[in-house]
Design a binder for this molecule. Structure first.
Ligand SMILES: Nc1nc2c(c(=O)[nH]1)N[C@H]1C(S)=C(S)[C@@H](COP(=O)(O)O)O[C@H]1N2
Ligand SMILES: [Mo]
Length: 538
């Protein structure tokens, strides 16, 4: 190229920085465009969504084991990290082969566009926009920064020339590198402008995106009083022991598990629930119509199949909504249907046996603890089904209920190897004392929760070290669909000072004793007794 006859390629550090900044500018443009419409997704989040859908089960389990419920942040961070490394590489290629680097950048932006456009909620061709914006901004930026990084032949910059935002033009001994200063300054100026522009547009995009929040809409909604309310939780259901879980879990403390990288913000104003498939006559209800139907309130304990022994992926709420049985009665179910599938706006599915709709209170819930469902817990509508793990029964952001058969449809997690039928296993957890607590020599209240939804808890036993299991005192049962609290008064003067191991096991009302053998959550829920060490003072 003629204009470059009197310049040399930029130093490697400059081109690497050029690559990274061009990528960031592209990402920022994607964020900005995604903020323009509620139906658009940021390319980074879209890539994350595709990864979540595609990664094999062992990898997913590893991510959950390593990062717990922070796995989503870690995923988004990893995507950005990979992007930075790849972009730096593209920058280095651009040093000598600008066209090749531009092609690589185009492919990268193309992948982002594909990820965004392939989203199940993405309307085309509008959905192409964030990805296209990424390419339209990243490619010229790369070209510009590489060009600005070139060095005059007269004074080639050393490869290790530092690129700083403060350009030293003099030292104690006088002026240095008179020709490099201006070219370096030119690059730093371009790079800083790109960085500032990126931060601004990404920030603006995020700011614009906030107007899709359903927070105000939720706050303004007036929920009806259910015709059939649940009794207040009796005082006897919650022993007064410090460190014991509250009986009803607050919305804020309720565990959250789903595949959504960003909490969906879905307006109830135009929300509909379509019930279809193997039915006599399909029907669609608006959110308002469902709110106007005779409703019920039920206290139900939900559990995630991924809950480890002793873990916190279990919670109890007062749920308000309509019985799914009432909706199914209206549409008329084909007797050959075996599976009820709840489908979310994004295509997520969870399916369970049709009989469950008749033999328990399966709810299309619109309320959680007397509030409209929080966005993270499924606003505007979700399913809540007692006795079945959430992944088969509790679709959030519910847009469809489909009557089908187990042969015809594998729901989201079943497709990924998890069990097709997933009743909740009888389980128990020690809430207090905490692991490795130091205990005085007195009577110590060991307390916790136990659950076997739809059956109920008949016994909880506690064992100290290798001793006999002894019965704990059961708190008042609220119902068979909720957990039950328990207390075991332990006289620590009975034991030697030092380390002791407390172990709990529960028995459900069918007589099934919690299994001792430790097995992991995959594919149908963990088993094993919860056990923890404490220290008794001398
Ligand atoms: N749309 C949608 N619904 C979903 C999920 C999901 O990923 N997407 N996860 C399910 C799982 S695995 C569980 S355990 C429950 C958790 O509900 P919560 O987050 O309100 O506790 O939601 C279920 N419903
Ligand atoms: Mo779950």
């Amino acid at each position: 190229m003629d204009t470059h006859r009197d310049t040399l390629p930029p130093p490697p550090l400059r081109v690497a920085i050029a690559g990274v900044l061009a990528a960031l500018a592209g990402v920022a443009a994607g964020e900005l465009v995604a903020g323009l419409s509620r139906r658009l997704t940021s390319p980074v989040v879209a890539i994350g969504d595709r990864v979540v859908d595609a990664v094999p089960q062992p990898v997913k389990q590893l991510a959950i084991d390593l990062f717990g419920t922070n796995d989503k942040l870690v995923l988004l961070g990893s995507i950005l990290l990979v992007l930075v490394v790849v972009a730096a590489g593209i920058g280095l290629v651009a040093r000598r082969h600008l066209i090749a680097a531009m092609v690589a950048a185009l492919l990268l932006a193309g992948a982002a566009t594909l990820a965004t456009a392939l989203g199940p909620t993405t309307p085309l061709p509008l959905g192409l926009l964030p990805g296209v914006a990424t390419a339209v901004v990243a490619l010229p930026t790369l070209w510009l920064l590489v060009d600005r990084g070139r060095v005059p032949v007269a004074t080639p910059a050393a490869d290790d020339e530092p690129v700083g935002l403060v350009v030293p033009t003099t030292t104690a001994s006088g002026p240095v590198e008179p020709d490099v200063g201006p070219t370096r300054r030119r690059f730093v100026l371009a790079a800083t402008s790109v960085l500032a522009g990126s931060v601004l547009s990404a920030g603006l995009g995020r700011l614009l995106g906030r107007r899709f929040s359903v927070a105000d809409e939720r706050a303004d909604l007036a929920l009806p009083e259910p015709a059939d309310v649940a009794d207040a939780v009796p005082a006897g259901a919650h022993p007064d022991v410090e460190g014991l879980s509250s009986f009803v879990t607050s919305n804020r403390d309720f565990y959250r598990i789903d595949t959504a990288l960003e909490v969906p913000q879905l307006s109830a104003a135009d929300w509909t629930l379509r019930v279809h498939g193997m039915v006599d006559e399909e029907r669609t209800w608006s959110y308002g119509e469902l709110l106007a139907m005779p409703s019920v309130e039920r206290v139900i304990t939900m559990t995630c199949v991924s809950n480890e022994v002793g873990g916190g992926l279990v919670g109890t709420a007062r749920w308000q909504g309509v019985r799914l049985a009432d909706l199914l009665e209206t549409v008329g179910v084909d007797p050959a249907a075996t599976q009820v599938v709840g489908r979310a706006h994004d295509g997520f599915t969870a399916g369970f046996p049709v009989e469950a709709v008749g033999d328990r209170d399966c709810l299309v819930a619109w309320g959680m603890n007397d509030e409209p469902l929080p966005a993270a817990h499924g606003f505007p509508l979700r399913l809540v089904t007692p006795g079945l793990y959430g992944y088969v029964s509790a679709t959030k952001w519910l847009s469809e209920v489909e009557l089908t058969t187990f042969d015809a449809l594998d729901a989201y997690w079943v497709e990924r190897g998890w069990a097709e039928r997933a009743p909740i296993k009888v389980s128990s957890r020690i809430d207090t004392p905490e692991p490795f607590a130091r205990l005085g020599r007195s009577t110590v209240a060991v307390a916790g929760v136990a659950w076997a939804q739809t059956r109920g808890i008949d016994a909880v036993e506690v064992r100290v070290d290798d001793g006999e299991f002894r019965e704990a005192r059961l708190a008042t049962a609220v119902g068979t669909d909720t957990w039950r609290q328990w207390v075991f008064e332990w006289d620590t003067t009975d034991v030697e000072p030092g380390r002791h191991q407390l172990t709990v096991r529960a028995t459900d009302a069918d007589g099934t004793v919690q299994r001792e053998e430790r097995t992991p959550p995959f594919p149908e829920g963990a088993t094993g007794w919860h056990s923890q060490a404490v220290f008794v003072d001398g």
